[in-house]
Ligand binder design. Structure first.
Ligand SMILES: [Zn+2]
Length: 346
């Protein structure tokens, strides 16, 4: 028993890198319980600048998917209606922030919660919350969030759909990769292996989590979307992607998104290297990505932000301890707010 535990421990060290990643997660990460508690705490009803909405539920366990709407306007002067039910000027810019699609990428949830705290609580944000309408979804994948953040399994990526239909949850293989399930190029993506971490599901938008995001996007036609990720295998360290470069075809707003992405990375120093984050300019894949779906359907200028670093020895730093998490979360919070303060209307 002890020997078995020791071997498991050594295996985890070898897999995640000693002293680089910490699992179970360090104390600063939210649990499923404290996530909703913190949202309620940041939402101060009397200030009339935020409202919490459950935009849908998860596919296997029916867990709520929380969104917080944040906006300040003199039109919003009573509690009888929710913030989203009040009239909005047609030129008000709407921003979608999604902290997490993949369970093993917990950093983005903390960035989303930090942005929520800053926008709802910091009096210096009055102008930003007046100039933009924010919808922040800390996680669209509550099933995987619960498993990773409660210390059960660090690499749970997909939702809990019983993809092999054996009537139980196979934690390492069941589920659909939610960021491959959007109805954009879904048909042509070769991701049909149900056991694969990148399994796209049985149909476009088969997952209720993705149906919830689509219904929200239909209501708001967001101007901007910021989608946080942190690749566990270290493939995309400290990078920003935007739609799309399919070789022979680039999105018509490619240049504008490139300028915004360059601006964003200029505020994002790498954790280990001297330089800043890197804007990806090469060819992008035709998968059912959120960013492609949002851009192609609503002309939303969309950014995938990969927040995990790779150490000089090549280990992916995707489950940082409290100290490094704080550094990462703080720079992303200020970089995004500074970008929104500086971008020109499209
Ligand atoms: Zn991801």
């Amino acid at each position: 028993m002890i020997r078995g535990a020791l071997i498991l421990y050594l295996l985890i060290l070898a897999t995640f890198g000693m002293a680089i990643n910490q699992y179970p997660l360090d104390t600063a990460y939210h649990s499923w319980e404290t996530l909703s508690d913190s949202l309620l705490h940041y939402h101060q009803a009397d200030r009339l600048i935020s409202d919490i909405e459950i935009i849908g539920n998860s596919s296997a366990e029916n867990l709520p998917i929380y969104a917080i709407h944040i906006h300040k306007s003199k039109e919003i002067n009573n509690k009888k209606k929710k913030i989203w039910e009040h009239p909005r000027p047609s030129d008000l810019k709407k921003v979608l922030i999604i902290g997490q699609h993949h369970g093993e990428e917990p950093i983005g949830v903390e960035i989303a919660m930090s942005l929520t705290k800053e926008l709802t609580s910091n009096s210096e944000m009055q102008e930003v919350v007046s100039n933009y309408y924010f919808v922040i979804i800390p996680t669209v994948n509550p099933e995987a969030f619960k498993i990773v953040n409660s210390g059960i399994y660090p690499l749970k990526r997909k939702n809990n759909r019983d993809t092999n239909q054996n009537g139980e949850l196979d934690i390492k293989s069941d589920g659909v990769d939610l960021n491959k399930n959007y109805p954009s190029n879904w048909e042509i993506a070769d991701l049909n292996e149900a056991e694969s971490p990148y399994y796209k599901g049985t149909a476009p938008a088969s997952e209720t989590e993705i149906q919830a995001v689509i219904a929200l996007a239909d209501r708001f036609s967001f101007d901007y979307a910021f989608l946080y990720h942190s690749s566990a295998n270290g493939t995309y360290p400290e990078m920003v992607f935007f739609p799309y470069n399919w070789g022979s075809e680039k999105s018509k707003d490619w240049d504008q998104m490139r300028v915004m992405a360059e601006w964003l990375v200029s505020e994002l120093p790498c954790l280990y290297k001297e330089n800043s984050y890197h804007v990806y300019l090469g060819e992008t894949r035709k998968y059912g990505y959120a960013r492609d779906y949002l851009y192609r359907n609503y002309n939303t200028l969309s950014f995938t932000i990969e927040t995990s670093a790779v150490t000089p020895s090549g280990v992916s730093h995707f489950l940082p301890n409290n100290r490094d998490l704080k550094l990462i979360v703080e720079k992303h919070t200020s970089a995004l707010i500074n970008l929104l303060r500086n971008i020109k209307p499209k």
